[in-house]
Ligand binder design. Structure first.
Ligand code: BGP
Length: 490
């Protein structure tokens, strides 16, 4: 059997996002964030937010992603007393960071991916100077990590906007937001750049195509792809500036790249698959190669894009701000066939795979496939920055969880990853598992959908002690990291 042992400098860690993990929503001068208005939900009842019209009427858009829908301009988001908003407390990393970092270090993590909360640094996005208390918080976090030789991987923007920017500028459709983003990124580079090598400009930037960019009032293709263009320019500017200020820095952006298969070998399904996969390649290709791909025009037409607003210097900006590595999340694979909605691939069931309790097909080999596919195409190192299994964990009286299903999921995926590295020779910088400590689910807003190595005593409505207890998978992962992957063959 080929060894599963990984290169000595391999980065092992976990990944989180501020509004799902951090809490402290009205502490330390933090401003209101787009996600703060999202309620909890469940597998069958989507999250939602509420908007108030000038006449007092309340409306609830269909989209669970704040304002990612055609809503009247006068509508203002509101908090309602009878709703629960999970981002406000999340699982309170804000007050538990020392304990959580110690727990992560206990597993042997040498990297921890977290996102900075934009509105903690610039509460509205338009201040001239960063919020000192926000800078202090992340300095404390990074310094705490340094005690355990754990380096940060910082996501600059994880699917979020300060609410003020979302409302005033119609989110990313406006170039004003590019300037606000670059100012924000610069503040992070100046304050944390001496201790951070690896950066991600955006999380799952390709989600803009489906969910809509956070804080945009319309869901038209024109708006989505204009927002994507502005995000490409913002990312490229941040990369160029980051390289200047921090010569050793390495930049990636993160893509949701769960694998996509044709449902059959019928030529029409195969061709549909090629085009559907390009819906995501569009983002990787443009940012990884520094220019729009040949098929961009065909894709724009498909989505009713008439003309994107581009500045004359944008082509040069994209070219100079190419990414150093390609990061992605991988949870599952999907299938598609001719006739499927472009925004909703994955409709056909895959008879060869079993699903998680949330209906996500489990496909470890798809991870190896995906790693090869990305490297074949872009020829830059890759970084797996999210992978994991959301499950219902039944804790015993001592809050102990025997999560053998999670161990199985991770063993199979990590083995597939090791094969891509050791057999296929795909350069891979590291692996950060989503999410080392239980936190709030992005899609459903639940606590019940747990991912962690560490159980957090908290329920879907925020009740609980927030006490942290390692699960069975904690010890297992510790052993895998201690052997640098060799234990995966045991
Ligand atoms: C990714 C997001 C994460 C995370 C993860 C799991 O799309 O980047 O923020 O939440 O998916 O998804 P969920 O929480 O919906 O189970």
């Amino acid at each position: 059997m080929t060894t599963k042992q990984l290169p000595a400098d391999f980065l092992w860690g976990g990944a989180t996002a501020d509004f799902q993990y951090e809490g402290g929503f009205n502490e330390g001068g933090r401003g209101v964030l787009s996600h703060d208005y999202e309620t909890d939900g469940s597998k069958n009842a989507p999250r939602h937010h509420t908007l108030r019209m000038p006449d007092g009427q309340l409306i609830t858009p269909k989209s669970s992603f704040i304002l990612a829908e055609d809503v009247p301009e006068e509508a203002q988001p509101v908090f309602l007393d009878n709703q629960y908003y999970p981002s406000h407390q999340a699982v309170d990393f804000y007050h538990h960071y020392k304990e959580d970092i110690k727990l992560m270090a206990g597993m042997g993590f040498n990297v921890f991916r977290f996102s900075v909360c934009w509105s903690r640094i610039f509460p509205t996005g338009e201040e001239n100077e960063p919020n000192a208390a926000g800078i202090q918080f992340y300095n404390d976090v990074i310094n705490e990590m340094a005690k355990y030789d754990m380096e940060p991987l910082i996501t600059i923007c994880h699917d979020e906007l300060p609410m003020h920017l979302a409302l005033k500028y119609n989110g990313w459709t406006s170039r004003h937001v590019i300037d606000a983003y670059v100012k924000y990124a610069k503040a992070l580079f100046e304050n944390f750049g001496d201790r951070c090598r690896y950066w991600l400009t955006f999380n799952e930037i390709n989600a803009v195509r489906g969910f809509g960019p956070t804080g945009v009032r319309k869901a038209s293709g024109q708006d989505r792809y204009q927002a994507a263009h502005n995000m490409f320019v913002a990312s490229a500017k941040a990369v160029t500036l980051g390289h200047q200020l921090m010569p050793k820095s390495q930049f990636g952006a993160m893509y949701a790249m769960s694998e996509l298969y044709p449902a059959t070998c019928k030529p029409e399904d195969m061709f549909h698959h090629l085009q559907a996969r390009r819906e995501n390649w569009y983002f990787v290709d443009t940012m990884g190669r520094g220019y729009y791909p040949n098929y961009a025009e065909e894709l724009w037409q498909r989505h009713g894009v008439e003309k994107l607003e581009m500045a004359p210097e944008d082509a040069d900006t994209l070219n100079r701000g190419q990414l150093d590595y390609i990061a992605f999340s991988y949870y599952r694979s999907n299938t598609t066939k001719s006739g499927d909605d472009w925004f909703n691939v994955g409709g056909s069931a895959n008879p060869y795979l079993e699903n998680t309790p949330w209906g996500w097909p489990v496909d470890p080999l798809g991870l190896r496939y995906c790693m090869n596919e990305i490297y074949d195409r872009i020829q830059k190192p890759i970084f797996i920055v999210e992978n994991g299994m959301g499950a219902v964990d039944e804790a015993d009286a001592n809050d102990y969880v025997e999560d053998d299903y999670r161990i199985d999921y991770l063993r199979d995926h990590l083995s597939a990853m090791a094969d891509a590295i050791n057999i296929d020779h795909v350069p891979c910088l590291g692996y950060t598992m989503w999410a080392p400590i239980d936190l709030v689910s992005l899609s459903t807003g639940e606590m019940k959908k747990r991912y962690g190595f560490v159980y957090v005593d908290m329920g879907d409505k925020g009740h609980g002690t927030l006490e942290r207890t390692p699960k069975k998978s904690y010890q297992w992962m510790k052993h895998v990291i201690a052997t640098n992957g060799a234990a995966l063959s045991e």
